[in-house]
Design a protein around this ligand. Structure first.
Ligand code: CA
Length: 144
């Protein structure tokens, strides 16, 4: 699946690493070919399969893209949803989809990742003496 070039993937991973830097919270990107009728169902399913709920603070965020169906969704775990409302997810979705429509896939993902990173840094900063653990890999997970 050549949705993003290798170089673009590296830039997305770098954005995830930067977004997670200095805060607790885990961001991942999952690419699959197709989506269920409701893309949020597919995103929730991927979230569970990737065991993204297995973070200490329940603050995982998943960017889900159905590459052939051209569908996108972002979902966050209970820990994030203590601090943000649906408006936040809607805004991230709008930002990413707007870029996708212009064919700017990498830019859209990075813009969304940056928005989520700002929320994590605000609400889950790593304070002195705490370890900044990377609980989930920053790579892009792809359907085989
Ligand atoms: Ca991580």
């Amino acid at each position: 699946m050549s949705f993003l070039t290798e170089d673009e993937e590296r830039q997305v991973v770098a954005a995830i690493t930067e977004a997670e830097n200095g805060c607790h919270g885990e961001i991942r990107v999952r690419l699959e070919r197709h989506s269920r009728p409701n893309v949020l169902d597919s995103a929730a399913n991927a979230f569970a399969r990737l065991k993204m709920h297995k973070t200490r603070l329940r603050n995982g965020i998943l960017f889900f893209v159905a590459t052939e169906d051209h569908r996108f969704a972002v979902i966050g775990d209970a820990g994030i949803n203590r601090y943000v409302t649906q408006d936040f997810w809607d805004e991230v979705t709008r930002t990413v989809e707007c870029a996708f429509r212009e064919g700017r896939i990498m830019e859209g993902l990075i813009a969304g990742i940056n928005m989520c990173g700002a929320v994590l840094k605000k609400h889950y900063p790593v304070v002195d003496g705490e370890e900044d653990l990377d609980e989930l890999p920053n790579d892009i997970s792809k359907e085989k």
